[in-house]
Write a protein that binds this ligand. Structure first.
Ligand code: GUN
Ligand code: FE
Length: 493
C-alpha cells in the first residue's frame, strides 16, 4: 500500500504454467519446503494435469524478489538522445534535440535498427511494464510494438499525434491524417492478439494538437472504453503560457483536455508540475492519474511536482477523506506512478526515478516548511519526505493502477501475473555503489524472523538508492524470464 510493504524472509511463491501466481506460503521453514510443495502440488495438477513439472529456485542471502517496476511515461525514440541537451528547457529542447532525432524514424529501417536495443535497456533496468510514446510515424511505431512483443515486455504503445506548432519536417499534415494513422495503429496492435501489449492514444501535448485533432481523439476515447490515453500536462511555465494562449476559450490547461473528453480513469498525465488547485480537483474528479517524472523535471529545469500534496488530496479511507487515519490498506484516489521520461530524463531506470522522487519530496518539504498553511502537521504526505514504502508503491502498484492494471500486476497476490525481479545486492554483482562488509554473504545466518526482516529492509533501501542494472539478475513478465544479468550471461564472478 502507500504506507506499508510486507517483507517475507521465508516465503514460498508458486507460479503456474500460464505465468500466474498460484499461491504464496508466507512462512515456511527451509527444511519443510519440499513437504509444502508436495502438499500443494495437487492444486496445480488438478488444473494443469499430472505431468506438471516443478522447478524450484532458492534465493541466496543478499537476494530478494520484488514486483516488476512500472514506467508510466517514456519516449522510445528519444533513447539515442539520453544525456544530450542539458542546456535547454522544454520547448527549446524539443526543437533542438528531440524533434531532429524523432524525425529519423520516418525510416522504418532505422526503427528496426534502434528499437530492439531501446526496449532491452528498459528491461535490463527492471521495467516489466512500460508506457511508451513512439514517434508520429505509423510504420515505425508498428516496429516498436513488434519489438516489444518479441522481447516479451508488457506495454502500452502509442504514436504521437501532432499536427501543429512543430517543424515542417516533423508534423502530420492534418488532423484527419493523424486520426487515420492512429486508428490503423490501434487495429494493428490489437491484431497482434497479445495480452501483454495494448494501444494508447497519445496526443503529444496540447500545443502540438489542433482543436479538431483533440476533439477527434476525445471521440475515439469516449467510444472505446478499453483505450488508454497518455499526454503531457503543466510541465514547464513557458509551455503553460503558450497553451493558454492557444486555447484561451478553456479555463485551464487541464480543461483543454477535459473539454475534449480526454480526462478519464484511463488517462495518464505526465509531469503535472504546475497544476493549480482547481486543476488537481478536476483531475481527481475525472479519475485521471499522474505520472511523476522527477529525473526529467530536474534535468529540463521544469520544477518540482508536489506529489505529497497530490497523495493527501486523493486519500479516502472507508468513505471519508484522510485525517490522522492509521495505516492500513491505504491507496490514493488521485493515482500517481513514476516515469523515466527518457530523454528529458537521462536514465531508463525507474530505480533512478525513485531516487529523484525521494530527493524531490525532500526539497519540496524544505521549500514549504516556512508556509504554515501547507505545513506537515495536518497532512499524511505533503511537506514530508516520501517514505520507502510510498516510493516502492509508486514504482509498482501505483503505476499499475495508473495503467488500469492493478488487478493484474503491481504486487504479489495469487491470481495476478508473475511480473517480478530477482535482485541481488551481493558483491559479485560488481556495483561499487552498494557496500557490504568482507565475508558478509559467505556464511549461514541464524536470524530470528525479526532480524531477517530488518536486514531485508536495509538491503532493499541499499538497492533503491544505489542499485542499477547490475543488481537485477532476472526479469520476469507473465512468468517468463525476459532479461537480467543471468539471462544475458553478464554476471561476473
Ligand atoms: N512535451 C511534449 N513533448 C514532450 C517530450 O517529448 N518530452 C517531455 N518531457 N515533454 C514533452
Ligand atoms: Fe515526456
Amino acid at each position: 500500500s502507500l504506507t506499508e510493504y510486507t517483507v517475507l524472509p521465508r516465503a514460498l511463491l508458486a507460479v503456474d504454467p500460464t505465468g500466474t501466481i498460484a499461491w504464496i506460503e508466507r512462512e515456511v521453514d527451509s527444511c519443510d519446503v519440499q513437504k509444502k510443495i508436495n502438499q500443494r502440488l495437487s492444486e496445480l495438477k488438478a488444473s494443469f494435469g499430472e505431468d506438471v513439472h516443478v522447478f524450484v529456485t532458492e534465493l541466496q542471502d543478499g537476494e530478494f524478489i520484488l514486483p516488476g517496476l512500472v514506467d508510466t511515461h517514456t519516449h522510445a525514440p528519444q533513447v539515442p538522445n539520453m544525456g544530450s541537451g542539458q542546456q535547454y528547457e522544454l520547448l527549446d529542447w524539443l526543437e533542438n534535440v528531440t524533434f531532429p532525432m524523432e524525425s529519423r524514424f520516418r525510416d522504418a529501417e532505422f526503427a528496426k535498427m534502434v528499437y530492439p536495443d531501446v526496449v532491452r535497456r528498459f528491461i535490463a533496468f527492471g521495467t516489466t511494464t512500460c508506457c511508451y510514446y513512439g514517434t508520429l510515424h505509423l510504420e515505425s511505431t508498428k516496429v516498436l510494438a513488434d519489438t516489444i512483443l518479441k522481447l516479451g515486455q508488457r506495454a502500452l504503445v502509442g504514436k504521437c499525434n501532432m499536427d501543429r506548432n512543430c517543424p515542417d519536417y516533423y508534423r502530420e499534415p492534418s488532423a484527419g491524417d493523424s486520426l487515420k494513422s492512429t486508428k490503423e495503429l490501434i487495429a494493428y496492435i490489437r491484431s497482434l492478439n497479445s495480452d501483454l501489449i495494448h494501444p494508447v492514444l497519445t496526443p503529444r501535448f496540447a500545443i502540438s494538437c489542433t482543436s479538431d485533432l483533440l476533439r477527434g481523439l476525445g471521440d475515439m476515447a469516449r467510444s472505446d472504453e478499453t483505450l488508454a490515453i497518455q499526454t503531457h500536462i503543466a510541465e514547464n511555465k513557458g509551455e503553460i503560457a503558450f497553451t493558454k494562449d492557444l486555447f484561451n476559450e478553456c479555463k485551464s490547461y487541464a480543461d483543454v483536455y477535459d473539454s475534449n473528453d480526454l480526462l478519464c480513469e484511463r488517462t495518464i498525465l505526465a509531469h503535472a508540475v504546475h497544476l493549480d488547485d482547481h486543476e488537481l480537483d478536476l483531475v481527481k474528479k475525472t479519475g485521471a492519474g499522474i505520472s511523476h517524472c522527477p529525473t526529467s523535471n530536474f534535468n529540463l529545469r521544469s520544477g518540482m511536482a508536489h506529489i505529497g500534496e497530490m497523495l493527501d488530496r486523493g486519500i479516502k479511507v472507508n468513505g471519508t477523506f484522510l485525517e490522522n487515519v492509521d495505516d492500513g490498506e491505504l491507496t490514493s484516489l488521485l493515482q500517481v506512478g513514476l516515469g523515466s521520461d527518457v530523454s528529458g530524463g537521462f536514465s531508463p531506470s525507474i530505480v533512478t526515478a525513485i531516487q529523484h522522487a525521494s530527493m524531490c519530496s525532500k526539497m519540496v518539504a524544505l521549500q514549504i516548511a516556512g508556509r504554515p498553511s501547507l505545513s506537515a502537521k495536518s497532512s499524511r504526505f505533503a511537506g514530508k519526505q516520501l517514505p520507502i514504502a510510498t516510493l516502492l508503491y509508486l514504482a509498482t502498484l501505483g503505476g499499475a493502477s495508473l495503467c488500469c492494471m492493478e488487478n493484474k500486476i503491481g504486487s504479489f497476490t495469487p491470481g495476478k501475473s508473475f511480473d517480478a525481479l530477482i535482485v541481488s545486492v551481493r558483491p559479485e554483482t560488481g556495483n561499487p555503489a552498494i557496500w557490504s562488509m568482507p565475508g558478509e554473504f559467505s556464511g549461514a545466518r541464524n536470524q530470528t524472523e525479526e532480524e531477517a526482516k530488518k536486514r531485508l529492509d536495509a538491503l532493499l533501501e541499499q538497492f533503491l538508492f544505489g542499485g542499477d542494472d547490475r543488481n537485477i539478475l532476472k526479469v520476469f513478465v507473465q512468468g517468463k524470464c525476459i532479461g537480467g544479468t543471468l539471462l544475458r550471461g553478464s554476471l561476473k564472478n
